[in-house]
Design a protein around this ligand. Structure first.
Ligand code: DGJ
Length: 715
């Protein structure tokens, strides 16, 4: 009895002291504070603008359980659900410990909070990394247990956040092939709204894993509180937004548990991907600037490293080419002055030649009719002309019409007892099988080592997972979606161990893969096959909320009816490339394009690393204005697009942002088409103050589908 009393006392003291615990996760402008309830549960006490160091956390009132468990008393959609060995489907998580340690020159602080179930041996660790300067928080979770046999984990959010406002407005980035990231905003009514993907490989074809959540009113560009979030996972994701009966909002973000019950062995650690978010007090503009800066320094491979301009042959030739035709195209690369020639789909397979998309995928030997001297010859020929050479691969896929399919039917994801289902005449390889991982890695490694000098890869992935079943996973089919993505990362880890800085473009039939789980392996991504200059404005505008411009491959092609100048100006806001028949260019077109490439090199520092201000949204007016300003405020590049102007359009002066009010700036139109003159008359110096308060008229020549680039330099 005495002993029991003693234990009781220890527990009480422990709980009492636990209640004084306040765990602050701080960035420069954001604070997330956790505490411990009287029952010993971890509660979110605060999420909002940074609290001053002197602020007494004890006054914080938030009592919402931080990481809601299933099977207990909460009425909310849970962050985690576990079914134990004895069939009990409940989990209670109590605070056990926490730790906080600054890393990396104190910019990043890592915090862990350990939670334990008092009845079952289950431990959950909540991880946070707070990026102080960038105002970004990365949150993920580890789940483990020491029960005798495996438990079933059927929900496993990376993070759960709780917000309280009068109203909530959610922006999603919805799409389809050639219509990626269309921004749609809605008012959240009571109940649940879910943004998710169940498509597996080409996971983001319909929905991109990112959202903006505006508090109290629809999201504005430079005003109001906006939470921007994304999941670093190249697969199925789910964001749940639940407005409860008290008008509080609960956000659950993580891997989509759809068809993915996870059998977790004793001692095994289930690590969720990171949910990455920022909370901006200055609208979505500041939220994207936070993301862009974080991405350049932490999120993207070689974020501040070099990027190659290129000429791609996909739009110009499709799969209809041979050695002569390709080497002739190298000349175009040279004439444009870009760094690299990128050979796209159609260069491989012999028994089932890759002359169309219905054959050859999986047989990665150069087609001897098209390329009798192999790839190495092309690399050398390109080098002779002073350009680098890059190659397209789609290593995760197979056409049934291929030798690979015949030799390894057991490597293909498909239902054993039903008709095969094709998308673009192809199927997905069972990457969960280590032999397939070796094969996929081997394709990259073989292509690279047999053809020294290859300087770039475009990694494509043209179909999603449907009718799927893994011969390798057998009775563990519910692990397929998760294991596929983990296996992809295993392959990419091997690729990066051997080729750490090779530029690789992430492509998925357009923008079907666009996430920070992949971008730590890739230097850039292909936002969309849609390169129509006008439609690209919307697409690049959408992605710019989360991704810096040097990650967005943007090619000048023949899509769209706009002038070459207009299409080039749009591509110059991303990572510039061409995919066009250069030989069909007139002299003037060539002159313009060559000069544009040079101009791009000169301005790319500001465009890639500068702060982006989306001054006019194409969703709001028949024009769009983007401003990129260097950190030191000395250089601004402004892109101005007049779209399909209506008769009654009156365009107000555009006020610039982020300049130094004290500095004087000179404005000059650049990237003019040969023999044209600027229609602006900026023949004086303007103070930053004037440009930001009074603004400038940007009507230009006033014609639909015209564009301008202005270089604004401090003197
Ligand atoms: C889809 C990509 O998005 C295109 O750019 C091109 O590479 C084709 N695949 C090739 O099959």
């Amino acid at each position: 009895m005495k002993k029991l009393l003693a234990i009781g006392l220890v527990l009480l003291t422990h709980l009492a002291s636990a209640q004084n615990i306040h765990i602050r996760i701080n960035t420069q402008h954001v604070s997330l504070v956790y505490g411990v309830s009287a029952e010993g549960r971890l509660v979110q006490q605060y999420l909002g603008q940074a609290l001053q160091p002197a602020f007494a956390d004890t006054t914080l009132k938030g009592k919402q359980e931080a990481y809601v468990t299933a099977g207990m008393e909460s009425l909310l959609d849970p962050a985690i659900r576990i079914v134990h060995n004895d069939g009990n489907p409940s989990l209670e998580l109590k605070y056990a410990a926490h730790e906080s340690a600054p890393q990396k020159e104190n910019d990043v602080t890592a915090t862990t909070i350990t939670l334990k179930d008092p009845v079952y041996p289950v431990t959950v660790i909540l991880h946070f990394e707070a990026y102080y300067k960038e105002d970004i928080i990365k949150a993920w979770t580890e789940i483990k247990h020491a029960e005798k046999k495996p438990v079933q984990v059927t929900a496993y959010a990376s993070s759960m956040l709780h917000l309280k406002a009068d109203k909530y407005w959610l922006t999603q980035f919805h799409g389809d092939w050639a219509k990626e990231v269309d921004m749609q905003e809605q008012y959240l009514t009571t109940g649940m709204k879910i943004l998710d993907s169940k498509l597996g490989t080409r996971a983001n074809m319909l929905q991109s894993p990112m959202f903006l959540l505006s508090l109290d009113h629809p999201a504005e560009e430079e005003n109001g509180e906006v939470l921007a979030g994304t999941l670093a996972w190249t697969g199925n994701f789910k964001f749940g937004f639940e407005v409860d009966e008290h008008n509080a909002l609960h956000v659950n973000a993580g891997i989509n548990p759809y068809a993915s019950d996870y059998t977790l062995k004793p001692g095994e650690i289930f690590t969720t991907p990171a949910f990455i978010f920022t909370l901006s007090p200055k609208g979505k503009g500041q939220a994207s600037r936070n993301f862009n800066r974080w991405a350049l320094d932490y999120g993207v491979l070689d974020g501040r490293g070099p990027r190659l301009t290129l000429l791609n042959n996909w739009e110009a030739t499709g799969m209809d080419f041979n050695e002569q035709r390709l080497t002739a195209l190298f000349g175009g690369t040279k004439k444009l002055g870009v760094d690299l020639f990128l050979l796209d789909d159609g260069w491989f397979a012999n028994k089932f030649p890759r002359n169309a998309d219905n054959a050859g995928l999986g047989d990665w030997a150069p087609n001897t009719t098209k390329l009798p001297h192999g790839l190495g010859y092309l690399v050398q020929e390109a080098q002779k002309q002073g350009v680098k050479f890059g190659i397209w691969l789609e290593p995760e896929m197979v056409n049934p019409k291929s030798e690979l399919y015949t030799q390894h039917p057991e490597w293909v994801l498909r239902l054993p007892n039903r008709a095969e289902n094709y998308f673009r005449h192809q199927m997905v390889l069972d990457l969960t099988n280590p032999a397939v991982q070796d094969f996929v890695y081997g394709i990259v490694d073989k292509t690279m080592s047999e053809n020294p000098g290859i300087a770039y890869i475009k990694w494509d992935c043209n179909r999603m997972l449907t009718n799927t079943w893994s011969p390798y996973l057998k009775e563990k089919q519910s692990h397929l979606f998760i294991e596929y993505t983990r296996s992809l990362y295993k392959v990419l880890d091997r690729v990066r161990a051997k080729y750490p800085h090779l530029p690789i473009m992430l492509c998925s039939g357009g923008g079907g893969r666009t996430d920070y789980g992949a971008l730590k392996y890739f230097t850039e991504f292909w936002p969309s096959d849609n390169t129509d200059g006008l439609e690209r404005i919307y697409i690049q505008y959408g992605y710019s909320h989360f991704f810096p411009s040097n990650t967005m491959a943007a090619h000048v092609t023949n899509w769209g009816h706009q002038s070459l100048k207009f299409r080039t100006d749009v591509a110059m806001m991303g990572k510039l490339g061409y995919d066009i028949k250069v030989d069909d260019f007139t002299e003037k077109e060539l002159q313009f394009s060559h000069d544009a490439v040079e101009t791009y090199r000169r301005i790319s520092d500001a465009v890639w690393y500068g702060n982006l201000y989306r001054l006019v949204s194409p969703y709001k007016e028949n024009r769009a204005v983007f401003q990129y300003t260097s950190e030191d405020q000395k250089k601004t590049i402004l892109f101005n697009y007049l779209m399909n102007i209506a008769k009654n359009d009156v365009f107000a002066a555009v006020k610039l942002q982020g300049l130094d009010p004290q500095k004087n700036y000179r404005i000059r139109e650049i990237n003019l088409y040969p023999d044209t003159r600027t229609s602006f008359h900026f023949d004086q110096l303007y103070s930053g103050d004037f440009l930001m308060k009074e603004g400038i008229q940007l009507t230009g020549n006033g014609r639909s589908l015209s564009s301008n680039i202005l270089e604004i330099t401090a003197e």
